[in-house]
Design a protein around this ligand. Structure first.
Ligand code: PLP
Length: 457
């Protein structure tokens, strides 16, 4: 049992938060009105508790990352043991550490399940950094390969690939582009495969064809010999759990092969069991050349991310001398030791099989209870990723346009009051619980969602 630290005084910490702390992705004026952030002090299993003693069922696994749940002393011990033995050494200039090497081999073991060529790993500390690595590595690769004009990335509107300059540029969130003069040049955004939004009422396969046609049109307008790569999340997470039609990814893959374009999957959310496979692309049966991963790699216990790279790319990199890219904490030994122990838990407890065969299908069935609700346009899920679309008119995808703005944050706040942590993205409630969630806890998520929707009506 994790006990709260004894020196946490609520009023004092909230005052310090307001005076000194700039939290991520926050409206600082609103936080001031609210009297500071909700300060989470401890957590166990799937439940988080704040400084005022309020407990919440964590329907978001932190920020889509705590796959093995909270309170795993095994992970704390792995970090402790590694820190005593070797707290830090880098992987620059012809050095490495044992945990980094072992973790690379472990990740390779999972990647080759879908693509025998995908067996090399580059470490970073965050999902954003992983995508920055992807960005530089891919452009460098094409230059070395003798096709220096291939520099353009194709991504999707409303995709999320991080907050760094390259990550936010690769991402397709226009409100992020608006701050900081993004995107940087050489990134093209095409239609997202959002059936409920942009393909409402259409046949899923016909809609997938239209989205893939949009990509092909863009390849042709940019010039096929200028396109370096297509990047996408197998299921768009922060965009609102946008689950593509099943036929979408194989068609994207075929298009990439047709034009010799690299296929990159951003597995930062979908990796490490979220869709009931080690990686999300494995669910869709495609073979990416490169993948980015983070979050569930260490279940968020320590910051770490990785880029999986195929041998055919590494062979080209070998012709170019130093790849002059890397971070002080690339392959951080304690983070790697924790990630190895985390993967060990996922394997030992069969969390991927459980997600695929038990809890994923259970969530899908439980969500059907919301189908008849007057505010619900669609409740969908895949593995342990779910979304509820809130609509103003049943049977349509029309949205509320109230003075409060979007409906998602309103319902989210009611859910939090009722003891459930979810996220409200525009008019969509999204959920991503730890992979250890029980059937009873899934029922509780749906019960609270239903009660909160009733309250919002
Ligand atoms: N890629 C995807 C798909 C993500 O969902 C995220 C974060 O949510 C990122 C990249 C960025 O990861 P980080 O916040 O660790 O930089």
């Amino acid at each position: 049992m994790n006990l709260p630290l004894k020196n946490n005084d609520s009023a004092e910490l909230k005052a310090l938060d307001l005076a000194h702390h700039l939290p991520a992705q926050a409206d600082y004026a609103l936080l001031e009105q609210l009297g500071g952030s909700r300060i989470i002090t401890h957590a166990e299993g799937c439940v988080i508790t704040d400084i005022d003693g309020k407990s919440l069922l964590d329907g978001m696994a932190g920020l889509w990352c705590v796959n093995v749940g909270y309170g795993r002393s095994e992970l704390a011990e792995a970090a402790y043991k590694q820190m005593l033995e070797l707290p830090y050494y880098n992987t620059f200039f012809k050095t490495a550490t044992a945990p980094a090497v072992r973790l690379a081999a472990k990740i390779a073991e999972k990647m080759v399940l879908s693509n025998p060529d995908l067996k090399h790993v580059f470490f970073n500390s965050s999902g954003s950094e992983a995508n920055d690595t992807v960005f530089r590595l891919v452009r460098h690769y094409w230059t070395l390969k003798g096709e220096p004009d291939r520099q353009v990335f194709i991504s999707r509107r409303n995709a999320y690939h991080g907050s760094t300059v390259a990550g936010a540029s690769l991402g397709g969130m226009t409100f992020m582009h608006a701050q900081g003069g993004l995107p940087i040049p050489g990134i093209e955004h095409v239609r997202q495969p959002y059936l409920f939004g942009e393909g409402f009422g259409q046949d899923p396969d016909a809609f997938a064809d239209a989205c893939v046609q949009d990509i092909e049109d863009r390849i042709l307008s940019v010039g096929p010999d200028k396109v370096a790569a297509f990047i996408g999340e197998p299921v768009q997470g922060a965009g609102g759990v946008v689950i593509p039609p099943q036929s979408y990814w194989p068609k994207v893959e075929a298009l990439c092969r047709k034009y010799g374009i690299l296929l990159i999957c951003d597995e930062v959310i979908c990796g490490f069991g979220r869709l009931g496979q080690w990686f999300g692309h494995q669910h869709y049966g495609v073979k990416p050349d490169i993948i980015a991963m983070a979050k569930g790699l260490s279940s968020g216990y320590l910051p770490i991310s990785a880029v999986g790279v195929s041998s055919h790319i590494v062979e080209v990199l070998k012709t170019g001398g130093d790849f002059v890219h890397g971070y002080t904490y690339s392959g951080h030994p304690a983070a790697c030791a924790v990630a190895l122990a985390n993967i060990g838990i996922i394997e030992r407890e069969g969390l991927i099989e459980r997600t695929r065969e038990v809890t994923g299908p259970y969530l899908a069935t439980a969500l059907t209870r919301l189908d008849g609700h007057p505010l619900v346009g669609e409740a969908r899920s895949i593995g342990l990723l779910g979304a509820v679309e809130i609509v103003s008119e049943k049977g349509t995808n029309l949205r509320f346009k109230g003075a409060e703005g979007h409906a998602g944050p309103v319902v989210r706040d009611i859910c939090i009051k009722n003891g459930l942590m979810v996220r409200g993205i525009r008019d969509t409630i999204v959920m991503c619980p730890p992979l250890i969630i029980t059937e009873a806890e899934i029922d509780r998520i749906v019960d609270i969602l239903e009660a909160s929707l009733n309250e919002a009506e």
